[in-house]
Design a protein around this ligand. Structure first.
Ligand code: UDP
Ligand code: MN
Length: 360
């Protein structure tokens, strides 16, 4: 018997094992989901969304393991001295009319914001505002007074997060800035890359820019069509990767967002704030998400971003995998893991050498 025919015979067995693996993973996810997340009112959140998200993480982790095996040989390339500075002719400055909103919470004022305030934020301090839930004079001083106490609940529930996103949008609408960009407090914002990205789009037109973290549009039941089981599907930009809206689009959203509108829509679809932004734009306002690859959340395996391309990435993040305790961070040489667990200091030093005392 030839090798080829043996392989052919083994193929169905492989497929069977793969299908079995996926069924087990799906059931586990559903079990976690069904017993898991509830919002403030005790209503179970949209299971399909959360299952999608969990599956997505499993999927990325699987891909990541395979990629890292394949690329371990080529990883030595990352030891080459990298030229991460913005290319010539690009002053890397962000126009002053780009409003940056950072979502945070009292419990993260030190643990997450310290590194943000030590790296990218001072570059754009005048146009950046921190949206939090706890009064903190020390933070206000460190952030040049640019802190908004939203009075939203300080928890991770859907309604609390929607309340904060609504505050971000309403604050932006009260200014005359041309772009609204949201990031989380566990994001590094590459200011120069954001400037280059926004230049590609006409700020006078409606734009919704960001990165989806699920492989297909999200499908939910249309609650307006009940009792018929009509489904709607749409993309949304993951909040944890950051996203931007042009002013004309934000103005179009305004009637739906202000005076409690955003929170009400989040309540109606029972989904988190970033999904609510996607629903409003794609479903209600017919403005599709423009997928921008250079936004990154920690739902992705961040080490798969080539070190050579870090200068082009708009946002980055970090996290720790719950199951293994392994950290999910961008791959960059520089300061030790102990000094720089998020790798943001090292990244910042590569992008802006000599910018801070901690740079080698
Ligand atoms: N957050 C918040 N209140 C909370 C927990 C989180 O405002 O009780 C914010 C947090 O500061 C961050 C965003 O929500 O900007 C996402 O939170 P986190 O990174 O902890 O969770 P993720 O959704 O990324 O897993
Ligand atoms: Mn996060």
């Amino acid at each position: 018997m030839t090798v080829t025919s043996t392989t052919m015979r083994l193929l169905p067995v492989r497929w069977l094992l793969l299908v079995l693996f996926l069924v087990v993973v799906t059931s586990l996810c559903m079990a976690v989901v069904v017993t898991g997340r509830t919002d403030n009112n005790g209503v179970v959140d949209n299971n399909r969304f959360i299952a999608n998200n969990r599956l997505h993480q499993v999927y990325w982790k699987y891909l990541n393991d395979r990629r890292s095996k394949r690329s371990s040989a080529s990883n030595s390339n990352s030891r080459l001295l990298l030229s991460l500075q913005p290319s010539r002719g690009d002053d890397g400055r962000l126009p002053g009319d780009v409003f940056i909103a950072v979502k945070t919470s009292g419990k993260f004022h030190r643990s997450r914001l310290d590194v943000v305030l030590d790296t990218w934020l001072p570059l754009v301090q005048k146009q950046t505002w921190l949206f939090t839930d706890t009064e903190d004079r020390d933070l206000s001083e460190r952030a040049g007074g640019h802190v908004v106490d939203t009075k939203c609940p300080s928890d991770h529930s859907r309604s609390a997060l929607c309340c904060k996103m609504a505050a971000e949008l309403e604050t932006f609408l009260a200014t005359n800035n041309r772009w609204f960009c949201h990031v989380d407090d566990d994001n590094y914002l590459n200011v120069a890359a954001l400037a280059r990205t926004l230049k590609l789009y006409n700020a006078d037109k409606e734009h919704y820019l960001g990165k989806a973290s699920i492989p297909a549009p999200l499908e939910i039941m249309d609650r307006d069509a009940l009792p018929t089981e009509k489904k709607i599907s749409f993309w949304f930009a993951t909040g944890g990767a950051g996203f931007c809206l042009s002013r004309p689009l934000a103005e179009k959203m305004a009637p739906l967002v202000t005076e409690g509108g955003f929170v009400n829509i989040g309540d109606k679809i029972r989904l988190p704030d970033d999904v609510t932004v996607g629903y409003i734009n794609e479903v209600l306002l017919d403005t599709p998400l423009t997928h921008v690859r250079e936004f990154h959340s920690h739902l992705e395996p961040l080490k798969t971003i080539s070190p050579h391309s870090l200068k082009d990435q708009v946002t980055m993040s970090y996290s720790t995998y719950e199951d293994t305790g392994e950290s999910n961070v961008v791959s960059i040489e520089g300061l030790s893991r102990e000094t720089d667990p998020t790798r943001f200091l090292s990244l910042h030093c590569k992008l802006y050498p000599r910018s801070a005392k901690y740079c080698l």
